[in-house]
Write a protein that binds this ligand. Structure first.
Ligand code: FAD
Length: 500
């Protein structure tokens, strides 16, 4: 396939999806200019430093690493020339509200823990793993890397979907294999990492459990922002360019419904044969393109879609070491299903919460002053469909989270606190133009997956493509990097067929 006919490409947004797309396009011989609204690259994978504590703002768990390797190899490089990836063990430590805990690791270690926690579930756990292997092979290896654009493709998948019980929820599927309520939580919470409700996300997403089992859980040494820096460097090394503080206000379209140029809020205009938008999909269609160039029902569709929950982030630095903690923990509150219902359906902020606690200094002391720990608590909360005044609520909610952790897994936290900053759902909307302040864009339910998700190749405007969490295959670091591959395939095909 000839991908070498040089095109001027403008990429809107420098999240991991936009960065990966820029690398693929520049590596294929095109001229890429990436325009990022914020003061730094990375989007949700940002970074900041306070009083010597370094905080990754977003993703921390990377699996499978070969997705990153594949990207660097596309550009003729090895990942290790730019950044180090390291396996983490245990994958997560899970703290349950009854005081028990579990180190969720590989199959063997899990079995020996399940033998103690709930021996009658050992067989069910083994059967579950066997059962999710073909789901992984189908959903990740076969369909995860190809464009999904027609309803016929989905129809073709129908029999396989039925066989793999795609109509069931992750929680329902898991519950048919294990009975212990703690195990049901341990094996079903994963969709929350990509913005999904375990009680409504299609069982196909149990493949995440298998990815973690097969490939392990990894992190980027020094923090995810090191990967972002590496990708920015690679774009430059390949001859592409990026501009920070360059918010796009409009994608100009010709009367023949073809992209022409992109304008930033300071009035600069960048001509483009191809535009790839990594910005939130709803923002791209509803705010950047004149309504006369988009399909009539598009806005209605975006308003009616189901958005993922948001996150209340608390970044904190503590002048104390917690040697018995691990890098990734989940501290579960007393309720699971009802809490998730409050977040996703009732859109309220109840008193209880569950939180993902990240302590990178457990693996890399350079991220905090000596003798100190840098941490974040990532707490799922309602998106902005809930009428919460976060400006008023944020301090009280932060204190509630830190106070609860002080009383449970982090004794002495409040007495040793040096830094505590928050990022609320309102910040997600303001900083990233994230529709309804969602943390992960559209929820990964069956009717918003595959060809039902906004397509990587726009049907409204020629030369416009999408990349990132809002398009296929969805949210999460591997998925958005894979979406860049899929978007590139669409672009190469269109260049080859001289459609653009
Ligand atoms: C707190 C948190 C923790 C997470 N943890 C994990 C994890 O451990 N593992 C995992 O796999 N996934 C995780 N995720 C999910 C993962 O981080 C995201 O799905 C992924 O980073 C999204 O990347 P993206 O490229 O689609 O979008 P984004 O990161 O949102 O990037 C989009 C970019 O577009 C820019 N932009 C928007 N509008 C404009 C405009 N008009 N002009 C110019 N630029 C614009 C934004 O500023 C932003 O930089 C986490 C997410 C969050 C929020």
């Amino acid at each position: 396939m000839n991908t070498k006919k040089n095109k001027e490409i403008v990429v809107i947004g420098g999240g991991l999806g936009g960065l990966a797309a820029s690398i693929r396009m520049q590596a294929a011989g095109h001229s890429v200019t990436l325009l990022e609204k914020r003061h730094q690259l990375g989007g949700r994978a940002g970074v900041f430093e306070r009083k010597g504590y370094v905080f990754d703002t977003g993703p921390t768990i990377l699996t499978p690493p070969m997705v990153v390797d594949d990207l660097f190899q596309t550009a003729g490089k090895e990942t290790s020339e730019y950044v180090q990836l390291e396996k983490v063990s245990p994958k997560y430590r899970l703290y349950f509200s009854d005081g028990s805990k579990m180190d969720y690791s590989g199959e063997e270690e899990n079995i020996s823990q399940i033998e103690k926690m709930s021996p009658k579930d050992v067989e069910g756990y083994k059967k579950f793993l066997k059962r999710v292997k073909p789901i992984y092979e189908l959903g990740f290896e076969k369909f995860g890397s190809m464009p999904f654009e027609s309803i016929f493709q989905m129809a073709k998948m129908g029999p396989a979907g039925l066989k793999h019980k795609a109509y069931r929820s992750v929680y329902g599927f898991v519950s048919s294999y294990v009975k212990d309520p703690r195990l049901r939580i341990a094996m079903s919470f994963n969709p929350l990492f990509i913005g999904g409700n375990p009680f409504t996300t299609t069982a196909i997403y149990t493949l995440i459990t298998y990815i973690e089992e097969k490939h392990g859980v990894w992190w980027v040494k020094g923090g995810t922002h090191k990967l972002v820096e590496a990708m920015g460097q690679l774009i430059n090394d390949l001859g592409g360019q990026y501009h920070l503080n360059s918010e796009v206000s409009q994608i100009h379209v010709t009367d023949k419904k073809r992209v022409k140029s992109v304008e930033t809020i300071d009035g600069s205009v960048y001509d483009a044969d191809i535009v790839i938008s990594n910005a939130d999909t709803a923002h791209t269609y509803m705010s950047l393109i004149d309504s006369k160039y988009r399909k009539k029902n598009k806005d209605k569709r975006y308003r009616k879609a189901k958005y993922s929950m948001s996150l209340f982030m608390t970044y904190f630095g503590v002048k104390k070491k917690y040697e018995d903690m691990v890098q990734h923990s989940i501290v579960f509150g007393p309720r699971y299903k009802d809490l998730i219902e409050d977040i996703f359906k009732k859109h309220i902020v109840p008193d209880d919460f569950s939180t993902y606690l990240h302590i990178p200094t457990r693996n890399d002391q350079s991220l905090a002053p000596p003798g100190c720990e840098a941490m974040y608590a990532c707490t799922p909360v309602t998106n902005l469909e809930g009428e919460v005044n976060w400006e008023e609520k944020k301090d009280e909610f932060r204190d509630h989270i830190l106070g609860t952790l002080d009383k449970s897994v982090l004794p002495g936290l409040l007495d040793n606190l040096e830094v505590a900053e928050v990022f609320t759902p309102a910040d997600y909307e303001r900083e990233f133009h994230s529709f309804r302040g969602s943390g992960f864009q559209l929820q990964p339910i069956l009717l918003q997956s595959g060809s039902f998700r906004p397509h990587n190749r726009s049907k409204d405007v020629k030369g416009l493509y999408l990349v990132g969490a809002g398009t296929h295959p969805g949210a999460g670091v591997p998925s958005v990097i894979m979406s860049a591959d899929i978007t590139s395939q669409c672009i190469f095909e269109d260049i080859e067929k001289e459609k653009i």
